[in-house]
Design a binder for this molecule. Structure first.
Ligand code: DAH
Length: 339
């Protein structure tokens, strides 16, 4: 028995020495010290040893076990150290390698322009509101005094979802929605996407953006409209910007106008940028039509108001002197990076 024990111990130590990694070392542990391991089986066959020799033999087994465990432990530490050193060597970081370029994105010129317009109007006490892009014909046209036979409702201009539902062709329906809520006075702007059945070219897109404005209160006059929009133009295009209001027609405002700003490139003298005009058309506006008030539940005898609509792309194109609207939608990073 003693010889057998000695042989097991020698074999265990030999195998430990040969173990090249931690897995292999663990296999050795299991095969000698595990439940079914060789050393354990020696203990189980204790009955073959004469009773008086059992204590001494038991002690020998324990010593053998302790020795194997100690060597196992030492070898384990050695192998772990080697593995760590190996990994450290493998994972060396070459600090002299050029760094990866960190591409940080930024806001789209349309977004910058929208936030600029929002900032100006928020500064004048306006609230920013939104309306749905898929809109009822009722809000997009009817309540804005655009009756059934109006040319703006032509299928050439409008994307119809059903007979009564359209992709909104303007942000003006938000006016009707806000007025209907009946919370007066009103001072809002409503930026958002609009849709028209247009072919894509340098100045047209089937989907673009507008910012609507609406003010309703007692004693609001055309002078308020002019003062507000003049201030807006100065903040957006510079202190020296002059404004000009030309009579126009919109079904939901009366009187209506279009506002031009003096060309901020040439100061009004006329240049390539303003096509020699000295003026650049910028928005539509007017006093809210009494009939629109009535359809939205507001008494036109008590309240008056003004409204305006600005094309957001137009602002972005002007501000950044971009000459083709398509560039705003192509999402070419080389273009967008410039703003
Ligand atoms: N909705 C008009 C358009 O798309 C723009 C506009 C004109 C809006 C006059 C207004 C306004 O609120 O008063 O052409």
């Amino acid at each position: 028995m003693k010889d057998k024990l000695q042989a097991i111990k020698d074999e265990a130590l030999a195998q430990i020495e040969k173990a090249v990694d931690l897995d292999r070392l663990n296999d050795v542990r299991v095969s000698f010290l595990g439940k079914k391991g060789q050393l354990t089986s020696v203990l189980k066959s204790m009955k073959e040893v004469a009773p008086e020799e059992r204590p001494a033999f038991g002690q020998l087994v324990n010593e053998a076990r302790a020795q194997i465990e100690r060597v196992l432990e030492e070898t384990k530490e050695k192998l772990e150290r080697q593995a760590l050193e190996h990994r450290l060597k493998e994972e060396v970081i070459d600090v002299t390698l050029p760094a990866k370029k960190n591409n940080v994105g930024h806001r789209h010129p349309n977004t910058i322009a929208r936030e600029e317009v929002e900032r100006i109007f928020i500064g004048m006490g306006y609230e920013v509101v939104e309306g749905p892009e898929v809109e009822y014909d009722l809000y997009n046209f009817e309540k804005l005094n655009i009756p059934a036979n109006h040319p703006a409702k032509d299928e050439q201009d409008t994307f119809y979802v059903t007979k009564d539902i359209v992709l909104r062709t303007q942000t003006s329906p938000v006016q009707a929605r806000i007025m209907e809520q009946g919370k007066l006075p009103i001072r809002v702007i409503a930026p958002g996407r609009v849709f028209r059945s247009d072919e894509v070219d340098a100045t047209h897109s089937p989907s673009f953006h507008q910012i609507e404005g609406l003010v309703v209160d007692k004693n609001i006059t055309f002078a308020d409209l002019k003062g507000t929009l003049e201030q807006f133009a100065k903040e957006l295009f510079g202190e020296n910007t002059k404004t000009k209001f030309r009579p126009h027609h919109f079904p939901f405002t009366e009187p209506s106008a279009e506002m031009d700003v003096s060309c901020f490139k040439c100061g009004g003298k006329g240049c390539r940028f303003c096509k020699g005009e000295g003026w650049i058309e910028i928005l539509g506006c007017g006093m809210v039509h009494p009939h629109v008030f009535e359809m939205c539940g507001i008494d036109p005898e008590v309240y008056t108001g003004f409204a305006f609509g600005v094309g957001l792309e137009r602002i972005a194109l002007l501000k950044y002197e971009i000459d083709d609207m398509r560039l705003l939608y192509e999402n070419d990073a080389r273009f967008l990076k410039q703003f």
